[in-house]
Design a protein. Sequence first.
Length: 401
Amino acid sequence: MPDAAPASRPRLRLRVSPAAESHLRAGHPWVYESSLRGQNREGDPGELAVIYDRRDRFLAIGLYDPGSPLRVRVLHQGPPVTLDDGWWAAHLDAALARRAPLFGPETDGYRVINGESDGWPGLVVDRYAGVLVLKLYTAAWFAHLDRVLGLLQARFADFAVVLRLSRNIQAKAAAAGLRDGQVLAGEVPGGTVVFHETGLAFEAEVLQGQKTGFFLDQRENRRRVEGYARDRRVLNAFSFSGGFSLYAARGGAREVVSLDISAHALASAARNFALNPELRAPHETVQADVFDWLAQTRRTFDLVILDPPSLARREQERAGAIRAYSKLAADGLRRLAPGGLLISASCSAHVSAEEFWDAVRGAARRSGRTWRELHTTQHAPDHHAGFPEAQYLKAIFLQLD
């Protein structure tokens, strides 16, 4: 069983709805406030809460978060266990073992812990060379931060560790003496780290950049683009810091255009090309709104990559996002030369993979051109999705006549 609670205070015990019991037994890692049917007392943020079923049998244990509608994030479901030092160490080592066969020495940037899908709900760790970025999505982890830091330092000796926080918990973090971009261990001079992905060098802005500093989740799609890029004119729309652009250049592209509304992102893309002087393809940066630019330009390309930020951050935006993906694909197709390739991606969790793929397929059908589907893809192996709500990334590769 879990560690014993102080004698003066009984362990936090919860009961949930029959539907929630079924979801927990099926491996779902969340318990919503609306699913609670009883608890023996108020709980503190980060306290271990034990969930019992209707027959008073142990069902699960997780982190309690009284300030969130997502009330419990499950650490373990199944037979009773003791969450002692050995359990925590084995829990981390299991995540590390999943990554061990994935990357060679040419890649030192990847996801180390992928939240709920690795059994660490609301916690992500990304590696960038000798820096670990620990991102928290719930204040429930504040009480366990020292333990997590100790576990990481024992396995990544001499690595710096940076704390990143989702916006919704930053006020609570300040009250706990924590802040976004705080360096918990080591040093990160300048706040930027150079790491390698399949031999290409990139910079990651670990203290204040997007996500944890870079978009590691598109690695496998970038590698696919590399394989299609030879002798093609490539447009990388929503390019951010040029991830797809560098892979296209290494794949032998005739020219590469990085298109983004952010001057800061385009400057990072230029620096990333400078980090890789062996890349010979001409690289042009264009600062513009992608939707406007695609609608107005008359330039054509042989490979168009559309990788926008999330277009549906809440369920109410889902229908509008599907329409936006369809329009974006149609505009991209109009810029595609005969025989060209369209790669369209989505990171909107509220839009399903089939909804997204069908939106892009529909745009291809309405174009009146002959087309064929080459691939559909989802999560990279270090970003595996262990339950439905974790499935956000999807892409589709089309070739047009």
